[in-house]
Design a protein around this ligand. Sequence first.
Ligand SMILES: Cc1ncc(COP(=O)(O)O)c(C=O)c1O
Length: 357
Amino acid sequence: MAGPQLPHVGAKFYGMFKETVSLARYVFRNEKGTQFVFTGTGTTGMESSVVSLVSHGDRTLTLMTGYFGHRMLMLNQVHGAKADSMEFAPGAAADPDALRKKLRRTKYKIVFITHVDTSSSIINPVPELVDECSKAGVLSVVDSVCAIGGVPLDFDKLGADIVFTASQKALAAAPGAVLVAASPGAIEHMENRKAPIEGYYMNLLRWKPIMDDPRMYLATPATQVLLALREAMLEVKEEGIENRWARHRKLGEMTRSRVEEWGQRFVAEEGHRANTVTSFWVKKENAGEVQSKLEKEHNIMIARGLYDDRDKMLRIGHFGILTPEVLKKALDMAGDVMEGLGAAPSSVKVARPGKKR
Ligand SMILES: Cc1ncc(COP(=O)(O)O)c(C=O)c1O
């Protein structure tokens, strides 16, 4: 990113951009579909899927397992869908059997699924959910912003119509790029819609030719951000995507066992806890104090819950280039800070190997 500014219409950027799209195909395991990479954020992935697929009055269903389901529902409403939602018990993942029954009762056009909801840290059984959609002849869209790069996903095998992510999470690049994979069926749906796509920047069909030649102008790309994404994905390839998933599994296990030692209550039920983020309820409702002490004294950033959960919940992001060694140190410090503030119950010793109490 610190290199010289490259003109987006020049040969050098052209070559690097083409490589970026091909690296994105590697990360998504997308050989069969269309791969998009453009300037935006995860929300651009959400909104461009809705705008490109949904026509006014289409019946859509959003599966809700945390805040990002709510945002997806809101986008469906804003863009004129007859938007239904399906809530699951707090902490529970979306249930494929319940989805099957729902799809039998009501004819939907599109189902929206969050892979890992970053608010609750619930990971949904995406292959089973997508399978129910495919069997019912319904299009499916997967928000994989907090998953791709850290959690197994194989776009070609999955059979979903759109899957998207953003640059800043498990891919460990700078924020500002959105990556979208669309199946041939999704592209066909966009091309054959009766009503034209009501969007310009959010219209994926407009971006399609740009993926073949970024020198064709649609909107000026954030070239440095895209170059940084290319570099980050070269690192993913160097590590190997399967090794990266395995490393994230280890990071997830380490974090969960430490949260258990602290005596905190997980937001997500067992068996549905993601390997990229861990959310838990803090006993003293002093999440803000824990956050600011960790940031000021140790330069470690821990996230709080979103909106109503701001004081009650903490979230540890464990994705990207994080190593188990670095995570261990951060968890040691988080444990000490929480114990000092009484966020960890005093009856539970914040135990860690090598520290005498
Ligand atoms: C699951 C999920 N979806 C969508 C988004 C929105 O992404 P962005 O903030 O990059 O717009 C986020 C952001 O954290 C997310 O975690």
